[in-house]
Design a protein around this ligand. Structure first.
Ligand code: PRT
Ligand code: ZN
Length: 283
């Protein structure tokens, strides 16, 4: 049995539960529970505050956990990051009042910085040989400059709209973060086996998300050119159409080259292009 810690509620909860579901792991709704068990995988799920997850994993109360890298690095516990999960993206940044004259990190010398991330903030200041006063506060960090509590803040940013509405500007990025899967360092062979099984599924889900299945019709005289544009998992599948002189081509395209490839396929004579999401992809 593997014990997994996930955020009880908050920004990472839904995506964490969705990932388990996409991995074919059935979890009954645990919103009001402390723990629950998967119906079809030897997995127990603990619902915790995100800040507590690194400690629970370090102590092996939970074997693995899903938590933001920002929390992993702030708590600085000896847990191991095994996989980046592709959700919960944000950055930990320094911000100052919009009207403030900020030229470089040195502008923070002697200033008061409000943050919920004292460890990472201090580490950043030390690295840049800047002396500043850190005020640790647990929430609503963005209002600190406006009420005269601090000259700057160090907080998480995703869209930037919180900074904007509070009259702040982002001046330094300390850390880029996303949700990760962490584990403790005392795994035995059977736990490792279960983790490998889970990771195999996570990889298939991630891979599928980054790829699309594509079907198109190609005039036979353009087939070679069109095939050369399509890498596929091995090589594209080509089937004759009932309409003579035409073929149906099936392949897989990765998300990042998608639009560029579609344009080139069209220009090469492809027609009736269908693009379908892939649910799982096993290489
Ligand atoms: O109750 P618990 O302690 O478990 O939750 P929490 O309130 O401490 O954390 P929560 O749910 O807010 O965030 C959980 C994790 O989500 C964080 O540790 C990050 O890894 C990740 N994450 C991603 C974010 C954001 N994006 C984010 N934008 N966490 C917080 N924010 C906040 C930020 O602090 C600021 O107040 O959103 C505001 C900024 O957002 P924008 O879009 O206006 O820039
Ligand atoms: Zn928290």
């Amino acid at each position: 049995m593997l014990k997994l810690a996930v955020q009880k509620s908050g920004r990472l909860h839904d995506d964490s539960m969705r990932l388990l579901k996409e991995c074919g792991i059935g979890i009954s709704n645990g919103a009001n529970k402390l723990k629950t068990e998967a119906s079809n995988f030897p997995l127990q799920v603990f619902f915790l505050r995100d800040d507590d997850i690194p400690q629970y994993v370090e102590d092996a109360v939970a074997d693995i956990g899903i938590v933001g890298e920002n929390v992993v690095y702030e708590k600085n516990k000896p847990v191991e990051i095994v996989e980046k999960l592709g959700f919960g993206a944000c950055r930990l940044s320094i911000a100052v009042a919009r009207g403030e004259n900020y030229t470089s990190v040195q502008s923070l010398e002697g200033k008061r910085i409000a943050t919920s991330y004292p460890f990472l903030t201090q580490q950043f200041l030390a690295k840049n040989k800047v002396n500043a006063e850190i005020h640790e506060i647990s929430g609503s960090v963005e209002i600190a400059p406006g009420i005269g509590l601090a000259d700057a803040i160090c907080d998480l940013v995703s869209s930037g709209s919180t900074l904007l509405t509070n009259g702040l500007k982002e001046t330094e990025t300390i850390l880029n973060s996303e949700a990760v899967l962490v584990r403790h360092k005392k795994f035995n062979a059977s736990q490792q086996q279960l983790l490998d099984k889970l990771l195999f599924r996570i990889h298939a889900v991630k891979k599928a998300k980054n790829n699309k299945y594509i079907l198109l019709n190609a005039p036979n005289e353009k087939l070679n050119e069109i095939i050369s544009l399509l890498p596929g998992m091995k090589s594209p599948t080509v089937l004759p159409l009932a309409d003579k002189g035409w073929s149906s081509v099936h392949s897989v395209l990765s998300e990042d080259e998608f639009w560029d490839k579609i344009e080139r396929l069209k220009a090469a004579g492809a027609q009736g292009i269908l693009v379908i999401p892939i649910e799982k992809m096993v290489m």
